[in-house]
Design a protein around this ligand. Structure first.
Ligand code: FES
Length: 102
């Protein structure tokens, strides 16, 4: 595992998400229930940026055709089968820093 510093804890308030680009990877990181989660930042349907969508609870909704993903696992909802599962990345908190295993 190679954890890289991607953001600061204070960048992402509870219940919010934010998009990041690390090397060739587009990611979205959310804070849910005090924990941080990271999945692919680009929708698996037609490449829309998930950070431009909405986060309700642990469900992120794509802004383009409303595919829904579980932010804690990257799994697509069975109600929106036009998209496929996204990758989940491990997140570590180190003081004020958020590190992601990219
Ligand atoms: S691009 Fe995300 S649902 Fe179509």
């Amino acid at each position: 595992m190679v954890f890289q510093k991607v953001a600061r804890v204070s960048d992402i308030p509870e219940g919010h998400m934010k998009g990041y680009t690390v090397g060739n990877e587009d990611l979205v990181i959310a804070r849910i229930g005090g924990r941080f989660y990271c999945i692919d930042g680009i929708c698996s349907h037609e490449e829309s940026r998930l950070a431009d969508g909405t986060l309700e609870g642990k469900i992120v909704t794509c802004p383009l055709h409303q595919a829904q993903f579980d932010m804690t696992t990257g799994k697509v909802s069975k109600d929106t089968p036009w998209a496929t599962d996204l990758r989940e990345f491990a997140v570590k908190v180190d003081g004020e820093d958020l590190l992601v295993d990219v």
